[in-house]
Design a protein around this ligand. Structure first.
Ligand code: PEP
Ligand code: MN
Length: 398
């Protein structure tokens, strides 16, 4: 396990894996998404407006995308989940024929968000190719189960956005519910997580969570949504680039003919022309390289890192042994575990020491929070003779 946190459903939590795509180490998955990926040999591009607003708008974007030849799928919101009532809530069923028309003219597969069994029924009646479950629905297992029941037997491909809260178990749980209902053409969309803390992102990416999803389910295509993570046009490129560098299987970007006047998510949408520029600015890097020099050098550096990791762990073991010794001594002298001043001093000095060694101060701070928690756990065990807490298990914000 790469990271331990509540989003994993708790350290050591068992994940009940489904029969195929979600199974770890499945040799190859053959699905709607993996077939397209294999045929393209590059990440999939999904584009289209946040919301379908008019037939003309839907068609204008679809024609521009088709002409540019880069999009693999068209997205549009028909029913819009809004945090507060009174805003634009989507054109609803009336918009479905516009998507049918766009599909007929451009051949682009159409994808929309569904949140209720009724939405599923309407979408399928209108020949929508791919459905997605939005972030506000993924959080609710009741809603996801109702959708899974409605989708059973339809064979329609489904993309599942991460839940609004940083909880990997809910995300994986939603995928699993669908798979148990026999929906095996699945993909995940990473659209970021709401946070209370001020952030330059609309939704914090918290990359550790999708990386953990990918680690658990290597066969499951993972798509990045820079529009909803960034919430702003200037963030699309850096977020999309990072996603490509993290080996994502696709990106979904909101595209509107007149973004400033969009009825939803105006600040993050770009014109189809800007999308093309953006895509051409992305650097597509290789998964690996056959170049012998590259391979030799990478192997040499990795071996050095293995050695360095052994040394780090030996040092940690030394520190843990000192913790144990101190705990015994505290016990003998009936002294409390938490010595606040000592820890305050550690949190102040260690990042400074790190900085002098060119190590990011924030990283060092986080590392010492982990060490502190482990130290308290070990001392508790020595003083009270029984472990209360399990291994270190931190929240995303620590
Ligand atoms: C959307 O894609 O338009 C949308 C509503 O996204 P999310 O569910 O990620 O908020
Ligand atoms: Mn949107």
């Amino acid at each position: 396990m790469l990271f331990a946190g509540p989003w994993l459903g708790g350290a050591g939590a068992k994940c009940h894996l489904g029969p195929q795509l979600l199974m770890e180490n499945t040799a190859t998955a053959d699905t709607f998404f993996t077939r397209r990926l294999a045929a393209k040999g590059q990440p999939l591009i999904i584009a289209g407006p946040c919301s379908a607003e008019s037939e003309e708008q839907v068609l204008t974007v679809a024609r521009a995308l088709q002409a540019a030849g880069q999009a693999d799928m068209y997205r549009a919101g028909i029913w819009k989940p809004r945090t507060k009532p009174g805003g634009f809530e989507g054109m609803g069923t009336a918009a479905l024929p516009w998507l049918q028309a766009a599909r007929a003219e451009t051949g682009l597969p159409m994808a929309i968000e569904v949140a209720t069994p009724k939405h599923v029924e309407e979408a399928l009646k209108h020949g929508i190719d791919v459905l997605w479950i939005g972030a506000r629905t993924t959080v609710n297992p009741f809603a996801v189960q109702e959708l899974a029941d409605a989708l059973a037997g339809t064979g329609v491909p489904v993309m599942v956005k991460n839940p609004v809260n940083p909880d990997l178990a809910l995300w994986a749980g939603a995928l699993e519910r669908l798979e148990r209902a026999g929906i095996t053409d699945l993909a995940a969309i990473h659209r970021g997580f709401s946070t209370f803390a001020p952030s330059r992102y609309r939704n914090a990416p918290t990359w550790a969570i999708p990386i953990e999803l990918k680690t658990r389910y290597p066969q499951l295509p993972l798509i990045n949504d820079p529009s909803h993570i960034g919430g702003a046009r200037d963030l699309l490129l850096p977020i999309a680039q990072k996603a490509l560098d993290l080996d994502y299987d696709g990106i979904i970007i909101e595209t509107h003919p007149d973004p400033d006047h969009a009825l939803s998510d105006a600040a993050q949408q770009v014109t189809p022309a800007r999308l093309q520029e953006l895509l051409s600015e992305l650097k597509y890097r290789y998964r690996s390289s056959d170049n012998v020099d590259y391979r030799n050098k990478a192997e040499e550096l990795r071996q050095k890192m293995d050695t360095a990791d052994h040394e780090i762990l030996e040092m940690l073991a030394r520190r843990m042994a000192l913790i144990q010794e101190l705990a015994e001594y505290k016990k003998e002298n009936n002294v409390k575990i938490l010595q606040l001043e000592r820890w305050q001093e550690i949190f102040k000095t260690r990042p400074e020491w790190g900085r002098k060694l060119n190590i990011d101060e924030k990283f060092v701070g986080e590392l010492y929070k982990l060490i502190h928690i482990e130290s308290i756990r070990q001392q508790t065990e020595v003083l009270n003779g029984r472990p209360i807490d399990g291994p270190v298990n931190l929240g995303p914000g620590l």
